[in-house]
Design a protein around this ligand. Structure first.
Ligand code: HEC
Length: 237
């Protein structure tokens, strides 16, 4: 093998990987064009505009600083690359009480407002693409259960919010007996020192930002059929 052949081979090998993994995706996602709805299929006109609210930029930074991306992904895979739809609450809900089947794949617009798309390294913990939607549901279920248990003693000030449930998880993922198995690391340093009988001390601004970011993850809004994994066909309606 000549040096010339070796150098060319190395350049081609690394060059191809660089081209397909870095250069092409960069140019494909650099200038995103709005995706229009097709009236005949989507039953609406205009363009898709993803809505996302919360402390996204600050929260994303706290998420990155604490290495959450090592164990949690934020990507519902395209169906050809391994289906995630059967995992309850990951891609959306199969039977959302108001909106029916809300499941969909991740798309580039899902990472709006973030400097980096933290798609994650491993799936030691569950995917977090729809963690905000899951906690919103969990809080509704939890409140119904508490109301049932307390009976006449119940009043609305006893309600627990999804944010409070997330603070609980962050401060101590193993707080509840049925979660003693959890291997999610606690981040108590994002909270103040607990006062005398406090179970969950008040969160610092970093914890608030992180929870705002987690609650913003409701990536199950309806997308144009052209972006959907299995769009309804016009004839089926
Ligand atoms: C060592 C791996 C690991 C790291 C790092 C990690 N987690 Fe977890 N996480 C898990 C595991 C495992 C679970 C499942 C058990 C549970 O629910 O407690 C989980 C569960 C969760 C849940 C509940 C998800 C659900 O839908 O019920 C949230 C929220 C969460 N983690 C947030 C975080 C945040 C925020 C960070 C960064 C501060 C983080 N995790 C870092 C492993 C990890």
């Amino acid at each position: 093998m000549t040096l010339r052949f070796f150098t060319l081979g190395m350049t081609a090998t690394f060059g191809a990987a660089w081209l397909f993994a870095v250069v092409l995706p960069f140019f494909k996602t650099r200038e995103l064009k709005p995706v229009p709805y097709v009236e005949a299929i989507d039953e609406k006109t205009g363009v898709y505009f993803p809505k996302r609210t919360g402390q996204i930029t600050n929260g994303a930074m706290v998420y990155a600083q604490n290495g959450c991306y090592v164990c949690h992904t934020q990507v519902v895979r395209p169906t050809y690359a391994g289906n995630d739809f059967h995992r309850d609450g990951w891609a959306g809900f199969k039977a959302h009480p108001d909106r029916g089947d809300t499941r969909r794949e991740s798309n580039v617009f899902d990472y709006q407002g973030e400097e980096f798309a933290q798609i994650g390294l491993m799936r030691i913990g569950p995917d977090l693409s729809n963690v905000g939607a899951r906690y919103a549901n969990a809080a509704i279920a939890k409140n119904a259960e508490l109301k049932e248990k307390r009976g006449d003693a119940w009043n609305d000030s006893m309600k627990i919010s999804p944010e409070e449930m997330l603070f609980e998880h962050l401060y101590n993922p193993r707080l509840h007996v049925d979660m003693r198995w959890s291997t999610c690391p606690a981040v108590p340093f994002l909270f103040e020192k607990p006062k005398a009988d406090e179970v969950i001390p008040s969160p610092k601004p970093e914890a608030r930002a992180l929870v705002g970011y987690l609650m913003s993850m409701k990536k199950d809004d309806a997308v144009p059929a052209s972006m959907n994994y299995s769009p309804p066909k016009p004839a089926e309606k």
